[in-house]
Design a protein around this ligand. Structure first.
Ligand code: SF4
Length: 461
């Protein structure tokens, strides 16, 4: 069974040893989870039940060992153990996503790499990495609302998720404390949301609300209704977006949790009645997360009138090949999931092995343009560290590639401000790495970049 699964994966350009184009858009409709020893007897009906998925989620190393049995050796288990001692994100994977990992080559597997840390893969953090790279905490206006841009706000009703991603931007708060990071994670507390709704009502300039977290998949149906109806009822709110990785990591939620889907249907209907948009933003990074279960989930979401868009993160060793990205975006578009953004990996700690350079992302952006319909071509962006917002990847005003420092402005949202992104040092040429290793050399080079950026500011804006 494992051999069949492994060879099926070789059809994917997101598998390092994968075949070359042309690729088929066929969806995996096999019982792929049966290659996992603990689930070899699980039938499709059981696997397709969201409650079974949640009950059987993998949250400890002991569960990994028990579930995989003889499928993996002690070297890998020890490496995961070492990874768990260094990661800022706890372990949580649904059986769906856990069984999309090719355990015959787990070390290089793009799905494993997103969710299960290996001690051997960690690299020291960039000296200028930031706990809160997007400056969200300093723009918090209620305990659950971040208001960074004039017409948009971010509502975070929970910081729990059905899976925990090693690259999470909100690793400072999402998913509970780990050996190296203590956090104030919180679950949904609807009684505390009124101040958020009041704030939005009192700020009519806010037209767009992103409801994220955490993941809205873990909200109860009545919480989905409460949030959706309250927000849509505010006259100045024109669009709401529910953010969930659910379509990618637990698609059976949309076919088996009838009450939850009904709540979303009710919100969607109200949106249509009021001529306001209700959409769902999801998060696939490779085609490996797309199966026939995705298409079933999308059939439900399409039927209830919810538009679905995708936001990916460009991750080293996961999807940093043009073939992989192009194929993943096309496959998503075929299922009515509109590719929206591909993000430069944020400058957060604990992720140095997962980040790439701005130059690499520019290459991806150039390669994607013109290879699919314009409305399905995602925008490759850098969310400028410090709160500059999403900037087109080639719109920096300065890029010192030798030391990997790009400089950004944000004239509409933050006029007069300058933002810096730092490429991973280990991906720079030797000379750049040597400059970072020499404190006085890097100080004077950074001072030069800052001076040049300031001189260009007037011209850039
Ligand atoms: S699902 Fe989103 S919020 Fe949750 S851990 Fe992953 S990236 Fe972070």
């Amino acid at each position: 069974m494992l051999n069949e699964f492994s060879s099926a994966l070789n059809e994917s350009p997101c598998t390092q040893s994968g075949a070359r184009a042309p690729f088929s858009y066929q969806l995996d409709d096999t019982e792929f989870w049966r290659h996992i020893p603990a689930w070899s007897e699980i039938d499709s009906k059981t696997f397709g039940d969201h409650r079974w998925q949640q009950r059987n989620s993998i949250t400890t190393l002991a569960r990994i060992r028990e579930t995989l049995g003889e499928l993996v050796g002690s070297t890998l288990i020890d490496d995961i153990d070492a990874g768990l001692m260094r990661t800022r994100m706890n372990l949580r994977l649904t059986p769906y996503v856990f069984s999309r990992i090719n355990w015959a080559n787990a070390e290089n597997d793009p799905v494993r790499r997103q969710f299960i840390p290996l001690g051997s893969q960690f690299i020291a953090d960039h000296p200028l990495a930031m706990d809160d790279s997007l400056a969200e905490d300093s723009n918090k206006v209620t305990p659950y609302l971040i208001h960074r841009y004039p017409d948009k706000a971010l509502f975070l009703p929970t910081t729990l998720c059905p899976v925990y991603c090693s690259f999470c931007t909100r690793s400072r708060v999402v998913g509970g404390s780990t050996a190296v990071k203590s956090k104030s994670t919180y679950g949904a507390k609807p009684l505390g949301w009124d101040s958020t709704f009041d704030y939005i009502s009192n700020h009519p300039e806010i037209e767009d609300i992103v409801i994220s977290g955490g993941d809205v998949l873990l909200l109860r149906p009545k919480q989905i209704s409460q949030i959706g109806i309250s927000l849509l009822s505010i006259p100045s709110v024109r669009r709401i977006r529910f953010a969930t990785k659910g379509v990618a990591i637990m698609p059976m939620k949309f076919t088996s949790d009838i009450e939850w889907v009904e709540a979303l249907r009710e919100v969607s209907r109200l949106g249509r009645d009021l001529m306001k948009e209700v959409s769902l933003h999801t998060h696939f990074n490779t085609d490996r997360e797309i199966t026939v279960w995705t298409s079933r989930a999308m059939k439900t979401l399409t039927d209830i009138g919810v538009r679905v868009r995708n936001q990916s993160v460009l991750i080293n060793g996961v999807n940093n090949s043009l073939d992989c990205l192009r194929y993943t975006m096309k496959k998503l578009a075929n299922l009515l999931i509109q590719p929206y953004y591909i993000y430069q990996h944020d400058l957060v700690p604990g992720c140095e092995h997962l980040r790439t350079t701005v130059r690499k992302s520019e290459g991806m952006s150039l390669g994607l343009q013109g290879s699919m319909a314009g409305f399905n071509t995602p925008r490759v962006v850098c969310d400028a560290p410090g709160g500059g917002g999403k900037r087109e990847i080639s719109s920096y005003i300065l890029y010192d590639q030798e030391i990997g420092v790009s400089v950004w402005t944000s004239p509409a949202a933050k006029p007069g401000a300058i933002f810096y992104y730092y490429d991973p040092i280990h991906l720079l040429e030797e000379k750049g790495q040597a400059i970072w290793a020499n404190p006085s050399a890097i100080d004077s080079r950074l001072a030069k970049v800052r001076a040049e950026a300031t001189a260009r500011l007037d011209f850039a804006e």
